[in-house]
Design a protein around this ligand. Structure first.
Ligand code: PRP
Ligand code: ZN
Length: 210
């Protein structure tokens, strides 16, 4: 890997984690010059630059060595780690530490009128999600044969559109589920923002004092 003389940190460009991630970097004494495209911000206080990207791109940027550190939801990290494992790829990154913000859970939700008795209720059903790996793993662990319908967004309206009977999506306040007449049936993964680094660098970070 080519070495660089400046570090790069990737965070979410816009979304739930972008504000708290910017605050964290500011509190760590990092100041950046905003660029016109607002994708790459030059570090003015230290030789550390900032990349503003889609959260889903952060694990790949770390895996490819394009970035040295990232702030991302553990849900995104775990989803992509399972995908890599399925493809027989080695673990390329790991969470160095939890950051105490961006708490949410990945849950299965069903129409409010459903009487939920457990995972077996999903047998033969279609479940819409942006997290096919984590949902697939949970279905296998529970020996449930359901169809995973992968959607990149607006998962919560899938039942109303007749695309699926249930969904599996992130829940924070629960307002989105409520607005779509859905209710949380099972939590399959608890998540928060984490600091992610290349797997090779993780042992070094783990022994550093925070
Ligand atoms: C998630 C999820 C819901 C919403 C739930 O999207 O997809 O739409 O948050 O939050 P609530 O329970 O407080 O209503 P988010 O924008 O966080 O993630 P994403 O765009 O990265 O998928
Ligand atoms: Zn996203």
């Amino acid at each position: 890997m080519k070495s660089r003389d400046r570090l790069r940190i990737a965070i979410q460009k816009s979304g739930r984690l972008s504000g708290p991630a910017r605050d964290l970097l500011e509190r760590a004494g990092l100041a950046f010059r905003e660029s016109r495209d607002r994708l790459f911000c030059f570090g003015e206080s230290l030789p550390i630059d900032l990349l503003l990207v889609r959260d889903d791109d952060i694990p790949g940027l770390i895996a490819d060595g394009v970035c040295d550190l990232g702030v991302v939801g553990n849900n995104v990290l775990e989803e992509q780690a399972v995908a890599r494992e399925q493809q027989g790829l080695p673990a390329a990154y790991a969470a160095v530490r939890q950051l105490g913000f961006g708490g949410c859970r990945l849950s299965v939700a069903v129409p409010q009128e459903w009487e939920w008795n457990g995972p077996a209720d999903l047998a033969g059903m279609r479940v819409a999600t942006s997290y096919p790996q984590l949902l697939g793993r949970w279905l296998r662990e529970n020996a449930v044969d359901a169809e995973v319908v992968e959607l990149s967004g607006s998962v919560e309206i899938a039942p109303r559109l007749g695309k699926a009977e249930a969904i599996c999506d992130l829940v924070s306040s629960g307002a989105t589920l409520l607005a779509n007449q859905l209710r949380e049936a099972a939590i399959i993964f608890e998540s928060e923002a984490v600091l992610v680094a290349p797997a090779m660098a993780c042992s070094a970070y783990a022994t550093a004092s925070w």
